[in-house]
Design a protein around this ligand. Structure first.
Ligand code: DGJ
Length: 752
């Protein structure tokens, strides 16, 4: 791993032996982007940027006669507005004199081992042997603005992280109107663009389209990452597949408004700009103040989308997630939400827990409805320390102790960022909710958002949540967030800073998350935001897992988990089996299929297991035992997508896990609607040792509805059979013939 500055050709090269990133200084210090891709054995940089005259492309005065150098065609590292580049800028500012033209030039650079934390923001971490950082300082020609571009390359994973720090060197305030994390220019427009779109209960659907001329944007202005768009983009060659071809991914360590834009210009070049959304953004930068952008995580892989995801998964596990739970096995969880909603008592939860523990559950979570007078979702948020005597006469401690007595851990739901209009907190402090003067606030789920830009509000929340969490021996917290931000303003800030509030809110979220999680280092935190509204690397820096979606239907979950896996490893995804008919879509699917889908992440149940018929309870006990047996491989192994629910028949999904040491392999396959005389699906496995022999340890699939005794395939089991690695990878393995809807299959193998 190295970062080198070549004095002769003024180039910077970052490489870890597998990937390489090259930049070059041109003329009076313009910083050009030259290459990001596979590590090269040698590089003749002379013609890497081919300069030619382009009609309509402005030239710097000193080079006006030659007419071949223009920022409008130079691939750049951090694009600005006003000095000849008409493509998307990363930085827009109103300078002290009211003008908006920016012109950045190289000033100096520094190379050091390791990487530094980002001010106010969560960021990835690495020790000095695992990463090297280059920081290039650029100055605006008029002298008042400095931009430090920071690049870190990692040893163990094919990732480069980037962020920018913008400083006001002048005496008078400067208004930043956009401060993206990066510009990344590509010398081609022959690429596909992959983004993740969604909605509540249907997050992170994969959309792959050819790039078009002009600007395309995926964005959020909702105050959080959003159900609608993920703060992620990938560009890939048109021929790139799941396992082959070049792909460039970019994802943000950020949980607020963002913009992920691509622009294809008329000369066959593509620009990507990603960072905080410039829409409704302004940040006043006073003398000597610095604004730090969120970190962007860039991945390059020659091994297709799976190669990209493998790098993201490793990066999230090794450089984002931290704390005692990072490498700890995640417990089998049973959550009360869909079982009881807000209708429970201490005794009913203890009964619910007893029934679950009997079947093998390890962690019982009491969801919403335990505080204040909350029997409906229209009140009491914020009143965390007001005990609901009716439901919990012995407080959280009374319930927690009884759950512990059953031999299980205990978890609790909270939603610290919110306040109900009908709450003691709001009645006492109406100015603590985000809002603007002379406007009635808009509500969502009958709630307002607390103004976390304010220190007094943050202190109150930290204090009251810590008081609750310290009141019993709580093992787990589900941290929810159930609305978008509207009427954004703060009663604590002046008019010049009102457009900072959406950003300051996110800084405030990070501040309270940091303080609360650090106060309880042994507690397992799972984030949630109406399901997957805020599944991002920013939150994962504080909480190692996220409730993937409020939708627990097995068929929908195949897509949701498949799309999520583009960036996030299975261990970070909360995945639960719920009751049928499913509460979100009304579908009924077999228990085994729900289990195989949910066991592909941090597994649990979202239902009252005691209400199941005895035979199904026995099935659940078997499933929990099997998950416990296989969870090391699922939680810490490598994940491979084999068949996409978004492509092909769109009726099948397959994925596979291989343990870190390669000794265990788990194959899962789902076929949703049954077809008459359906094809037998043969699946070819990946990531195995061709020379090894694998023995089947578990073979599970649904029974055919019309299982006929003459059909020799009926109840046919592979357990104990052996296959060679090359057979599994090159010939494959046939799935069973099952004549029913919503069939699912699991085959696990052990290397002999
Ligand atoms: C939304 C979450 O996603 C659900 O799982 C549940 O916790 C409810 N909020 C509770 O209000």
């Amino acid at each position: 791993m190295s970062i080198i500055f070549n004095e002769q050709d003024k180039s910077f090269t970052l490489t870890n032996g597998r990937i390489q990133y090259v930049m070059q200084l041109f003329l009076e210090g313009y910083l050009g982007h030259i290459y990001f891709g596979k590590a090269l054995k040698s590089f003749n940089i002379k013609r890497a940027f081919y300069q030619t005259e382009r009609e309509g492309a402005p030239n710097p005065a000193k080079h006006a006669d030659a007419r071949i150098f223009s920022l409008d065609v130079l691939p750049q590292e951090y694009s600005v507005y006003g000095s000849g580049d008409f493509r998307i800028p990363a930085l827009e500012a109103t300078l002290a004199n009211g003008t908006t033209t920016l012109d950045l030039r190289y000033h100096s650079h520094e190379i050091f081992s390791g990487k530094k934390d980002l001010a106010n923001l969560p960021s990835s971490y690495a020790n000095n042997d695992d990463a090297t950082t280059l920081e290039i300082t650029m100055r605006e020609v008029a002298g008042d603005l400095e931009v430090v571009l920071s690049y870190t390359i990692f040893n163990d994973v094919d990732v480069i992280t980037r962020h920018a720090r913008i400083k006001n060197l002048g005496q008078d305030p400067i208004a930043l109107r956009k401060a993206a994390s990066l510009t990344l220019d590509f010398p081609t427009d022959e690429m596909d663009r992959i983004s993740l779109w969604g909605k509540h209960a249907f997050e992170r659907n994969i959309e792959r389209t050819p790039l078009n001329h002009g600007i395309e944007i995926a964005a959020s202005s909702r105050g959080a990452t959003s159900h609608q768009h993920q703060n992620f983009l990938a560009l890939c060659d048109r021929t790139t597949t799941e396992f082959t071809g070049d792909v460039w991914g970019c994802s943000l360590v950020w949980s607020g408004n963002f913009e992920a834009a691509t622009e294809v210009n008329s000369f066959g070049n593509t620009r990507m700009v990603m960072g905080i959304n410039g829409f409704d953004f302004k940040w006043m930068l006073n003398h000597d103040e610095t604004f730090t952008t969120p970190e962007a995580v860039l991945v390059f892989s020659t091994d297709g989308l799976n190669g990209m995801s493998q790098n993201y998964h490793r990066f999230v596990q090794d450089h984002i997630v931290r704390g005692v739970h990072k490498n700890a096995v995640r417990p089998v969880l049973v959550n009360s939400w869909e079982a009881a909603y807000m209708n429970f008592t201490e005794d009913s939860i203890v009964k619910f827990a007893k029934d679950a523990v009997k079947l093998g559950a390890e962690l019982i979570v009491l969801d919403d409805g335990w505080f204040g007078v909350r029997d409906k979702d229209n009140c009491s948020l914020g009143d965390w320390t007001i005990l609901n005597q009716k439901k919990l006469p012995n407080g959280i401690k009374g319930l927690c102790d009884r759950i512990h007595d059953l031999g299980a851990k205990f978890g609790l739901w909270v939603e610290p960022e919110m306040v109900s209009p009908d709450s003691e907190l709001f009645r006492a402090h109406p100015d603590w909710a985000i809002g603007v003067p002379n406007h009635e606030r808009y509500q969502q789920r009958c709630q307002y958002v607390l103004d976390l830009s304010r220190q007094d509000v943050r202190d109150y929340i930290v204090e009251s949540i810590c008081q609750v969490l310290a009141s019993a021996d709580i093992d787990y917290v589900k941290w929810d967030m159930n609305r978008n931000l509207t009427d954004i303003g703060s009663f604590a800030y002046g008019k010049e800073q009102q457009q900072e509030i959406a950003t300051r809110f996110v800084f405030g979220v990070y501040d309270i998350m940091k303080r609360i999680t650090e106060a309880f280092p042994n507690m397992l935190f799972e984030s949630c935001a109406g399901g997957g509204r805020r599944f991002d690397m920013g939150i994962l820096c504080y909480m190692p897992q996220t409730w993937t979606s409020d939708n627990t239907d097995e068929v929908c979950r195949q897509k949701i988990q498949y799309g999520t896996s583009l960036i996030f490893p299975p261990i970070t995804m909360g995945c639960h089996v719920s009751a049928c008919p499913n509460h979100q879509v009304g579908r009924s699917t077999p228990m085994l299929s729900r289990f195989i889908c949910a066991m592909s992440g941090s597994f649990g149940y979202e239902m009252d297991l005691g209400k199941l018929p005895e035979a199904e309870q026995a099935e659940v006990a078997q499933h929990i035992a099997l998950y416990k047996e296989l969870r090391n491989t699922i939680q810490f192994g490598n994940f491979y997508r084999l068949m996409s629910p978004f492509e092909g028949t769109q009726n099948e999904t397959a994925w596979q896990f291989v343990s870190k040491d390669g000794n265990e392999v788990i194959l899962m396959y789902f076929r949703n609607l049954c077809q008459p005389q359906g094809n037998i699906r043969k699946l070819r496995l990946v990531g195995l040792d061709e020379n090894a022999t694998y023995e089947v340890t578990h073979h599970m699939y649904n029974q055919s509805l019309a299982c006929n005794a003459l059909d020799y395939l009926c109840n046919y089991k592979l357990e104990g059979d052996t296959f060679s690695g090359d057979e599994l990878m090159h010939f494959g393995v046939n799935m069973d013939k099952v004549d029913r809807d919503f069939a699912a299959y699991l085959i696990s193998f052990k290397r002999k």
